[in-house]
Design a protein around this ligand. Structure first.
Ligand code: CAA
Length: 289
């Protein structure tokens, strides 16, 4: 059985781990301290309980899935993994440091994947002595729900590594697309100008936040409007991706709107901070201003 090691038990890491255990994989989920790893496990347990309550999963399947989840604070536990997926905070120095440590801990044949949404895979691979076995596996939030898996080939990624990532994607029941390692890959290259255009429209008073979002929901059949989606992803994360795209491509269409930067500077990061374009209760539900 594939031994998967997921580094990071936040929204994305816990979502990846949940998807993997439900699909029969054995998963070691690692965070830097007990409190963070326990929070990740609690979130997975709550979501599986809710699947049972909705009649989508039986209690025995939930228990079997949870028995395949092995929480840890030890990075050394990655020594047993066939496949590592890194899903820590979106910071290039932290990720490069982690890849360097994983490279020295993991077996030579272990594949190191990153869930980064914007950091070049080639830059992460260069922190290791196995750039041919480093690849991007970009999941979408909420991971258990979203079908897409964007697979990114770094400059040195081998065909065998790509094949293994596609195989893992199939085991997770995701639908993969593959991208070359250029800023924003495929999806964020499309998403960033779209969300930014909505923020410019709001900043210039062209429409209210509700009307801008309704425009995309009702006129384009998007499940969420672009401002709601920005709040959902996190405005700090969105700003980071804008800056990577703008720096990497030097095209003004990717430049962050001043309103976005101002909101992030004010700490209005979206759902996770309780305030973004809209207001949220601690459980993430929308509340009136
Ligand atoms: N984690 C796990 N599951 C979640 C969840 C979460 N945070 N939020 C909702 N869900 C699940 C619910 O449990 C429910 O599952 P079941 O059908 O099995 O019961 C399902 O999603 C639908 O949820 P709801 O009925 O509560 O709500 P909804 O119908 O309004 O859907 C949504 C919520 C799935 C989030 C939907 O609004 C949606 O698809 N939004 C767009 C999401 C999107 O575009 N994501 C990509 C963001 S970009 C990104 O991730 C990449 C990047 O690099 C920035």
């Amino acid at each position: 059985m594939t031994q998967l090691f997921v580094a990071g038990a936040g929204l994305m890491g816990a979502g990846i781990a949940q998807t993997a255990i439900v699909n029969g994989l054995d998963v070691t989920l690692r965070e830097v301290d007990e409190a963070l790893v326990n929070r990740g496990v609690d979130n997975i347990r709550k979501r599986l309980d809710s699947q049972v309550a909705k009649g989508r999963m039986d209690a025995a399947a939930r228990d079997a899935a949870l028995a395949r989840l092995h929480p840890t604070t030890s990075l050394e536990a990655a020594g047993r993994a066939d496949f590592v997926i890194e899903a820590i905070t979106e910071n290039v120095d932290l990720k490069r440091e982690l890849f360097k440590r994983l490279d020295s801990i993991c077996r030579p044949d272990t594949i190191l994947a990153s869930n980064t949404s914007s950091i070049p895979i080639t830059r992460l691979a260069a922190a290791t002595k196995r750039p041919d076995r480093v690849i991007g596996m970009h999941f979408f939030s909420p991971v258990p729900v979203m079908e897409l898996l964007e697979i990114i080939r770094g400059r040195e990624t081998s065909e065998a590594t790509l094949a293994a990532a596609l195989e893992l994607g199939r085991k997770l029941h995701k639908k993969p697309i593959t991208s070359l390692d250029y800023p924003g890959f495929i999806v964020n290259r499309m998403l960033v100008p779209f969300v930014n255009e909505a923020i410019w429209a709001l900043m210039q008073g062209i429409g209210s936040r509700e009307d801008i979002d309704a425009g995309a929901r009702l006129g384009l059949r998007h499940p969420m409007g672009p401002l709601e989606l920005g709040d959902f992803v996190g405005l700090d994360v969105h700003l980071y991706i804008c800056d990577v795209l703008y720096e990497g491509l030097k095209d003004p269409k990717f430049a962050a709107p001043p309103l976005l930067r101002q909101m992030v500077e004010a700490g209005h990061l979206g759902r996770k901070s309780g305030r973004g374009f809209y207001r949220y209760a601690p459980d993430g539900t929308r509340v009136p201003d």
